[in-house]
Design a binder for this molecule. Structure first.
Ligand code: FES
Length: 190
């Protein structure tokens, strides 16, 4: 009888222990859940604040398109021989043309729809690859759909005698209009 009482006490005690252990385990689980919830909230808050901060920074760095400068120097008049010089086609979209008495700069844009023509040395012409317009070595159109000669860019000499080009200032020759190709700034006398 005593043995059975002792046995009952042992088994009762272990039940309580098991319940306590189960409660402790539940507590631990709850703690883990709370911690992971806190971590998630922390991450979301951090992400939200970072996104806001980046948007705030963008305000100070507006989206800008970096384009080649329109004003630049290309050297001395003596650097250019008579004919068409293509050295600045890629970097500045121009050709430098020197005749016996003038130096001028053609802006390399077809007057049909703005493609960049190619200089064909063997044929002594500019040929547009898009719709076939052809221009003579001075940029005057003579075949294809181009409506007028290619425009010329502003040129001048700086105090050191270097050629300054500005492609934001262009000179045109339109049908039925007085030519701008003789205007001051459209060429340099050489
Ligand atoms: S863009 Fe040059 S011919 Fe059309």
């Amino acid at each position: 009888m005593a043995a059975s009482k002792k046995g009952g006490a042992v088994s009762g005690g272990s039940l309580i222990e098991r319940i306590k252990a189960a409660l402790r385990a539940e507590d631990r689980e709850e703690q883990v859940k709370i911690q992971s919830r806190r971590r998630l909230v922390g991450l979301l808050t951090g992400g939200f604040l970072t996104a806001n901060f980046l948007m705030f920074l963008r305000f100070f760095f507006p989206r800008t398109i970096f384009e080649p400068r329109t004003q630049f120097r290309i050297g001395l008049t003596t650097d250019f021989a008579i004919g068409v010089d293509t050295r600045f086609q890629k970097s500045n979209r121009i050709w430098v043309v020197r005749t016996t008495d003038r130096l001028f700069v053609i802006f390399a844009s077809c007057t049909h729809l703005g493609c960049t023509p190619d200089w064909k040395l063997s044929e002594a012409k500019f040929k547009c690859p898009c719709h076939g317009s052809g221009y003579d070595p001075e940029g005057r159109n003579y075949e294809g759909p181009a409506p007028r000669p290619m425009d010329r860019a502003y040129v001048a000499l700086d105090p050191q005698g270097r050629i300054v080009v500005d492609t934001s200032v262009l000179y045109r020759e339109e049908k039925g209009q007085p030519t701008q190709f003789d205007s001051p700034g459209s060429f340099i006398q050489v």
